[in-house]
Design a protein around this ligand. Structure first.
Ligand code: PLP
Length: 386
């Protein structure tokens, strides 16, 4: 038996996505910039995907730029917005961002002299809108950008996005959100929400890896960062990844259909059942961000003083795929910077594991995880020297 519980790292591509990509690779492989009919057929598929992606998030197709993933979309957003406002030198962000936001901000601070303001967070991993207001007051006209993720990839905590965006609108500051863990899992409507720029990646919503999108609201100034051809309406040079883009379009269509069902509620019931069984079976379990609004698919927990690596290895031997914090940092013994920033303490930051579900997660997988995880943790605890 196996249980794949690492869906925040990546999700299984939907069969419909694979079929569409296969068709693009084997039949519709022309360059969409070519003027011949074959090229224009590929162009039509790319533009259909743009419509599907735009529809999923309530945007207009012209506001969508395809990229090679969320990392590129984040870099384009952050650098592109700053370049459009060269006299403003302050960026406001949080310590809980994915490395694809954290590292560009760190670089811009260290190497380009930007003033990077990192907002404090509470133990549940939420920022306070009052702190954001105070930072906006303090730095005033110098603020070029507020960049705060929507849903945390490690804990599933959901930031007060509407209040953050409304405040940015009021102060006329551009608000960019990395929505990589939100799109396809919760309803997103950029027309109704105060969001200026938003990024996400195909592989978190049962689409392909290596493709993502950036929504750039009509009124937002953004200087392209990847210079080349006039692709993507001169916002991102380079021949389009047609199989990836078409796959992302199909994934967007499927995600939209999923969000119109009770799928998220069913998923949450599965996550809650799993979490409750572990908490009941292992005394002193710590559930991270337990008091925050959380995404229905994520549970992040620690069993101090156990270290996450030992747990993950044993789970892996039992066919259970889980993670410790961000996928990019697992394999190292570094504690999660996100959990450390939340102030959970070293033992919890070193010992936390993340279980993340998807719409493909089955009750049988949850049953197997429930039958395996508490027992395995108890065994590990019993083998600890007192
Ligand atoms: N942002 C968030 C919140 C993520 O979870 C991830 C992926 O883990 C990324 C950005 C980066 O996505 P990609 O590796 O597809 O560029």
């Amino acid at each position: 038996m196996q249980a794949y519980l690492d869906n925040n790292a990546t999700t299984k591509p939907a069969p419909e996505v694979v079929d569409a990509m296969n068709e693009m690779l084997t039949e519709q492989w022309a360059n969409p910039s070519s003027v011949h009919r074959f090229g224009q057929q590929a162009r039509q598929r790319v533009e259909l995907a743009r419509e599907q992606v735009a529809e999923l998030i309530g945007a207009s197709p012209r506001e969508i730029v395809f990229t090679s993933g969320a990392t590129e979309a984040n870099n384009l957003a952050i650098r592109g917005i700053l370049a459009a406002k060269p006299t403003r030198r302050t960026i406001i962000t949080t310590a809980l961002e994915h490395s694809a936001v954290r590292e560009p901000c760190r670089y811009l601070g260290d190497a380009a002299g930007y003033n990077v303001v990192i907002l404090p967070v509470n133990v549940d991993g939420l920022i306070s809108v009052d702190d954001l207001a105070a930072a906006l007051d303090k730095h005033g006209e110098d603020v070029a950008l507020v960049t705060i993720h929507w849903i945390n990839n490690e804990t599933g905590a959901i930031q007060p996005l509407e209040a953050i965006g409304a405040l940015c609108r009021e102060r006329r500051v551009v608000f960019f959100t990395d929505a990589t863990q939100a799109v396809g899992k919760v309803p997103v409507d950029v027309a109704a929400l105060p969001i200026d720029v938003l990024s996400f990646a195909g592989h978190k919503l049962h689409g392909p890896k290596g493709v993502g999108a950036l929504y750039i609201g009509k009124r937002v100034g953004l200087v392209p960062q990847q210079l080349g051809g006039p692709h993507e309406r001169e916002r991102r040079g380079g021949t389009e990844n047609t199989p990836g883009i078409v796959g992302l379009g199909v994934a967007a269509r499927l995600a939209q259909a999923f969000l119109q069902t009770d799928g998220p509620q069913i998923g949450q019931a599965r996550r809650d059942r799993l979490e409750r069984a572990i908490v009941d079976g292992v005394p002193d379990t710590v559930v991270n961000s337990v008091n925050a609004p959380r995404l229905w698919n994520t549970s992040n927990m620690a069993f101090p003083p156990l270290e996450s690596e030992a747990i993950l290895l044993l789970l892996s031997e039992k066919g259970i795929s889980a993670a410790a914090g961000a996928a990019c940092s697992s394999g190292s013994l570094e504690p999660s910077p996100v959990l450390l920033a939340q102030g959970v303490g070293e033992a919890v930051a070193h010992g936390s594991i993340r279980l993340s579900l998807s719409r493909y997660t089955t009750d049988a997988e949850i049953d197997y995880a429930i039958a395996t995880i508490p027992q395995l943790i108890q065994k590990l605890q019993a083998s600890m020297p007192v």
